[in-house]
Write a protein that binds this ligand. Structure first.
Ligand code: NAI
Ligand code: MG
Length: 505
């Protein structure tokens, strides 16, 4: 059965969900915020309200942390047999897939992304990380360590390590992939035996709340193991980051707030992992399969409307192919159908908020005034109430321009030619940024690809592809792009402590 919201036809469950005033989920119960305050959630395609959510603050965070603390200290999750944990985590993955349609619709309504993309990427990638981490629940192991007994000759010791859950985790996530970011954070923390307080982004709280509802309806987790507190960054995020009873904070978002989080975390020296901004280069050599490189570089920047931390926002193409590449990307840009995410024919939706719209429009104007040449797009329009920015290609950019230096987080690519094929020089240009999240290299020369991959200072290097993710691949940043890695078994380091035990035999 279908329901409707604004002018959209939606899954019946979405209709029901959006009629409820959304509450906080603390200690296994849905509760109002202590202050009674709420905030509105809007549809970025129209600027119209689609939901009301509880606005949590310090008092609610205190309650959620104390529930997570109690759940952790009781051992009701961490000491559950690991195979049982694994089954529950796997089941969450299955439930996400069973609810694909409604989660995809909520993601599109809330974030603005095309509903088909949410259904084909965000939702299945979210279920996949739960399944991947379900497997890890039984495989988090220590080592036995041979011992030399330097100052106790003749003595015999048996030494081994235990890898234990880090404890209560505060997880603060952004709005660009709301469900996926929740999944990237929740799944490994559960696999490691931690308990959680999740703070979704105020722009896009809906899919995390619906996921919580789905998990709650299936009685999958003991109370207090997973808590969700919606609210604003300074009101709900900050008290979580500084809370003395939180053992670890995991954050994805702006580099600016990442720095604030590290300071907030210093009070009790809680562990910190950060996945922050980027200004990732897409480097195209003249010998590359140029058609593939054009399509790849276009998708590197335009996927998710450029609202990706690893967006290929700096296009570096060799001068021999520069014109062909920029023309090719411009042609793709001009043909992308921009519209509401819930419209099946839309290829690029609105930006998430008026704030992002103004920020990206500001970069487009600063690029023009600094001498950048707009070869595609450069247009933005909020006359309908939606935050629409057209895919934009700037040519003739250089490193001194603001739009080349700073993260734009919109569908705007800055193209620069390079003349020399000296890999040191290319790497120097690629690395000429405070960020170090990702890069892609497009060439048929495998020697060039591997040599350059080694010289680029970023957490991910793609060769002849971009934006390729898998639950098994670690993802994160060098430099100001962050601390620690998400996904793969690397992420488990964020959620575990190592204990050395030595026994005198
Ligand atoms: P933000 O970093 O302010 O927000 C991300 C999360 O942090 C949200 O849940 C927010 O409520 C929370 N937060 C904000 N201030 C906080 C504080 N003082 N203490 C604790 N939590 C806090 O990002 P925003 O303002 O939404 O976007 C600004 C820029 O950040 C974007 O234009 C983009 O450049 C970058 N960004 C990067 C992302 C990434 O994936 N690395 C994701 C989203 C934004
Ligand atoms: Mg902010």
């Amino acid at each position: 059965m279908d329901a409707s919201i604004l002018n959209y036809t939606v899954n019946d469950n979405v209709g029901k969900f959006l009629k409820q005033t959304q509450k906080l989920y603390i200690n296994g119960n849905w509760v109002d915020s202590k202050s009674g305050k709420t905030f509105d959630v809007e549809d970025p395609a129209t600027g119209k309200k689609i939901a009301t959510c509880a606005a949590g603050d310090k008092n609610d965070v205190d309650l959620a942390v104390s529930a997570a603390r109690k759940a952790f200290d009781s051992g009701k999750w961490s000491s559950l047999p690991n195979n049982e944990k694994g089954k529950i985590i796997w089941k969450i993955g299955d439930l996400i897939d069973e609810h694909n349609e409604e989660l995809a619709q909520l993601e599109s309504l809330d974030n603005g992304k095309p509903v088909a993309v949410a259904g084909a990427a965000d939702v299945p990638l979210s279920s996949d990380i739960f399944r991947y981490m379900a497997g890890w629940a039984t495989k988090i192991e220590g080592n036995t360590i041979p011992y030399s007994c330097l100052y106790t000759p003749g003595a015999q010791y048996h030494s081994y390590t235990l890898r234990e859950p880090v404890g209560v985790c505060g997880q603060i996530i952004p709005w660009n992939f709301p469900l996926l970011m929740a999944a990237w954070k929740i799944a490994p923390a559960l696999a490691a035996g931690c308990t959680i307080v999740l703070k979704p982004a105020e722009q896009t709280p809906l899919s995390a709340l619906r996921l919580m509802e789905i998990i709650n309806d299936s009685n999958l987790l003991p109370e207090g193991v997973l808590n969700v507190v919606t609210g604003f960054g300074e009101e709900a995020g900050a008290p979580l980051a500084e809370h003395p009873h939180v053992d670890k904070v995991a954050f994805t978002g702006s580099t600016e707030v990442g720095k604030i989080i590290t300071r907030a975390a210093s009070g009790n020296l809680k562990k910190v992992s950060l996945e922050l901004g980027g200004k990732s280069p897409t480097i195209i050599f003249p010998d590359a399969d140029i058609d593939a490189a054009i399509a790849g570089a276009a998708s590197a920047i335009f996927f998710n409307h450029g609202q990706c931390c690893c967006a290929g926002s700096r296009l570096l193409a060799h001068e021999k192919v520069f014109d062909k590449v920029t023309e090719g990307i411009s042609k793709i840009a001009e043909n992308i159908k921009v519209g509401p995410g819930m419209d099946a024919s839309t290829e690029m939706g609105p930006l998430v908020s008026d704030e992002q719209y103004k920020k990206v429009a500001g970069y487009i104007e600063s690029g023009k005034s600094e001498g950048g040449q707009v070869v595609a797009g450069g247009k933005y329009d909020n006359s309908s109430g939606g935050h629409f920015v057209h895919p934009t290609v700037f040519s003739k950019t250089n490193h001194d321009m603001t739009l080349v230096k700073e993260e734009i987080f919109g569908p705007v690519v800055c193209a620069q030619p390079f003349t020399d094929e000296n890999l040191e020089k290319i790497a120097e240009t690629a690395n000429n940024t405070n960020f170090g999240l990702a890069a892609s290299v497009w060439t048929k020369n495998i020697s060039v690809a591997h040599k350059l991959a080694a010289k680029i200072r970023s957490g991910t290097v793609w060769v002849n592809c971009h934006n390729i993710f898998d639950a098994s691949l670690p993802f994160g940043g060098y430099k100001e792009s962050g601390w620690g890695r998400e996904m793969g078994h690397e992420v488990l380091k964020n959620y575990t402590e190592v204990k050395a035990v030595t026994v005198n035999l």
